[in-house]
Design a protein around this ligand. Structure first.
Ligand SMILES: Cc1cc2nc3c(=O)[nH]c(=O)nc-3n(C[C@H](O)[C@H](O)[C@H](O)COP(=O)(O)O)c2cc1C
Length: 290
């Protein structure tokens, strides 16, 4: 039997994110076991940016609950991620976990291509900000095959189902989970399906999901984009993920080459400013540039 892993960004028990994930599970035709993981239950500390995991087969120097989440990701056949909008983006638990995701690059072969869908919840219609983009980015960085991501509105716990249309939207996501590639929507990036763009100076746009740029055209039928993949892709294919990992590893040699010059730049700033610290760290040494 397949395992569907529901990852919940919301700390709110039986809130909209949780019931949305459970509704997708109920609507899913394939026999499966639903496993649930609330990110805020786990002790996940901030990434230290040391890059050690890249050279130690994914082993992070921080001793916390990350391995437990990694195991759950390994065991899953498919993923559903649901997160509430907090201040115009997905709540921070998603990013907090994702920042530790560099260590997952050691497991591209195991993780690549698990089908996944996302749900963002917002309390006020139109006030979801970048929640959809944030959830899509999260799923892509987990190397998932993203089959869909929708925003539902509802502020109070359970409120999403005061609107019956939301049940259909969630059933649609359930149906998409084990189907072929999603149809490219109008006004979406033809490379990755993202729908959030930055306008550039030369009449071009940059897709905020895959970072590729290109021209766009607007006419009575809507917007169309002429965007091509660039040379340094990160998660468009398994090969590009592997190349990105090897590029990151290559930075070590570059760092060793440039170490002295870089140190000279940083050391000049060593004594600027007065650090405000929590009382337990007041006597600790000021962080230094290595
Ligand atoms: C700290 C905080 C910030 C919020 N910011 C937004 C926001 O920017 N836009 C919005 O539409 N809703 C916002 N909301 C409302 C939640 O998205 C909404 O209540 C949602 O139903 C929560 O989902 P949950 O039940 O899964 O926790 C915010 C809620 C909280 C607690």
């Amino acid at each position: 039997m397949k395992t569907l892993l529901g990852i919940l960004g919301s700390p709110r028990k039986l809130g909209n994110s949780e019931i949305a994930v459970k509704a997708i599970s109920r609507a899913l035709q394939e026999p499966h076991e639903l496993k649930l993981l609330r990110i805020s239950d786990f002790d996940i500390r901030p990434c230290r940016g040391c890059y050690t995991c890249l050279f130690k087969e994914g082993r992070c120097v921080i001793d916390d609950d990350l391995p437990r989440i990694r195991e759950a990701l390994f065991d899953a056949d498919a993923l559903v991620v649901a997160a509430p909008t907090y201040f115009l983006g997905p709540n921070a638990t998603l990013k907090h976990l994702l920042d530790r995701g560099l260590s997952l690059l050691a497991y591209i072969e195991t993780l690549w291509g698990k089908p996944a869908v996302g749900v963002g919840i917002a309390g006020i219609v139109g006030k979801e900000g970048y929640t959809r983009l944030g959830i899509q980015s999260f799923l892509r960085a987990l190397m998932c095959d993203v089959k869909g991501c929708e925003i539902l509105y509802g502020a109070l716990p359970g409120e999403i189902f005061l609107n019956e249309a939301n049940e259909e939207i969630l059933s649609g996501l359930a149906a998409a989970l084990f189907q072929g590639p999603p149809a490219t929507k109008n006004a979406a990036c033809p490379v990755c399906g993202g729908d959030t763009f930055r306008f550039l100076e030369n009449g071009h746009v940059r897709c905020m999901l895959c970072s590729n740029t290109g021209a766009f055209q607007m006419d009575e039928n809507g917007v169309t984009f002429d965007i091509q993949p660039a040379t340094h892709e990160m998660f468009l294919s398994k090969a590009s993920a592997i190349r990105h990992r090897e590029w990151l590893k290559g930075m070590k040699a570059r760092f060793l080459e440039e170490k002295d010059r870089l140190k000279k730049i940083c050391i000049d700033y060593l004594k600027d400013g007065t650090w405000i610290k929590p009382s337990r760290l007041e006597k600790a040494e000021t962080p230094r540039c290595s």
